[in-house]
Design a protein around this ligand. Structure first.
Ligand code: AMP
Ligand code: MG
Length: 312
């Protein structure tokens, strides 16, 4: 009997989103095609949790690439009405496209839908279909929306004056505020070759985004070949660089999300050059041969890695 009560209690606690890991409100939701784990500390944590879950769900609807009524679809329609916030997001996406010299391409729906990554109906397109898909200007903001959601979450948590929060938005980790004892947030970096393993931990303080893109995150196999979800806009095919994953640490979530995708497409050498030319992010690169390289502004503990200097 005791066991049954304990089990029911555990289920109720999980469903009502409270009681885990010492946070004042915490729980797991399925949103944006992924599992999101939310932990919030503070006197208003329950209300903040409810509002945050609502915000994430409304962003999911607003920016769904497939829905004709979504803001993503409207961006491609002349005279469609958009809010200032939506236009600002689109403009920022275009600026980041320019910054990454097109490695991040927000108008990539023609290609991502062709490969089936927007619907789950996977297929290898013909070269003719690829050429056609490259002509499309329809938007797919799948590469930025979780990072953007992290930024919007921070605004909400700030407005609600919660103490601190740790949000895992499907592999995109957003921290907010400082831990009670002043210690760093510890965030594991996944080993691309081992779904349950990490290559080490990153320690970040305050409000920060830690965002990973990797070919292992979503893919399908056909005739023994693996096709992953990050497309090189210049070829129309899954990018085939020397990288297995890129983790970006950045104070701006949307920028971090764009960069993790774009640096993955660029490949190691170009990605390091991009870091050397900019000072708004740090990164962990895991190469396909398993080598782990970390930019000098962050520290990876609990694993072996090489450090990349600014003057390499
Ligand atoms: P992420 O997991 O953040 O790297 O984003 C991957 C998602 O972004 C894919 O599932 C596509 O919807 C979209 N995407 C794929 N390749 C690109 C690209 N080169 N630029 C922009 N978006 C992309
Ligand atoms: Mg991304």
């Amino acid at each position: 009997m005791k066991k049954i009560v304990a089990l029911l209690l555990a289920i109720v606690l999980l469903l009502c989103g409270c009681g885990q890991k010492g946070a004042d409100a915490s729980g797991t939701i399925f949103c944006m095609d992924t599992v999101m784990d939310l932990q919030i500390w503070g006197s208003d944590a329950d209300e903040a949790y409810t509002q945050l879950a609502q915000l994430l769900r409304s962003l999911e609807q607003e920016w769904s690439a497939n829905e004709e009524e979504s803001a993503a679809a409207k961006l491609d329609q002349q005279d469609a009405e958009l809010t200032q916030e939506q236009m600002a997001l689109a403009q920022k996406a275009l600026a980041l496209r320019q910054r990454t010299e097109g490695a991040f391409e927000p108008r990539i729906y023609g290609l991502t839908s062709l490969w089936g990554f927007t619907t789950g109906q996977y297929r290898v397109p013909t070269p003719e279909q690829i050429t056609e898909g490259m002509q499309s200007t329809r938007w797919d903001l799948g590469a930025v929306i979780k990072g953007y959601a992290g930024d919007r979450a921070v605004q909400l948590l700030q407005a609600m004056e919660v103490d601190r929060a740790l949000l895992n938005l499907g592999g995109n980790v957003q921290s907010y505020g400082t831990k009670a004892d002043g210690s760093a947030w510890v965030i594991g970096v996944r080993d691309p070759k081992d779904p349950n393993g990490t290559v080490g931990n990153l320690e970040v303080t305050g409000t920060c985004s830690v965002i990973t893109s990797g070919g292992y995150q979503r893919y399908f196999e056909q005739d023994g070949v693996r096709y992953h979800h990050i497309i090189d806009p210049k070829t129309g095919y899954p990018s085939d660089s020397d990288l297995a994953s890129v983790t970006v640490v950045c104070t701006d979530g949307m920028t971090g999300d764009v960069l993790s995708t774009a640096l993955f497409v660029m490949g190691y050498e170009k990605a390091v050059a991009h870091w050397q030319q900019h000072d708004d992010f740090e990164a962990v690169f895991i190469l396909k041969d398993g080598t782990v390289r970390v930019t000098e502004g962050i520290t990876l503990t609990g694993g072996s890695c090489e450090v990349i200097g600014r003057e390499n």
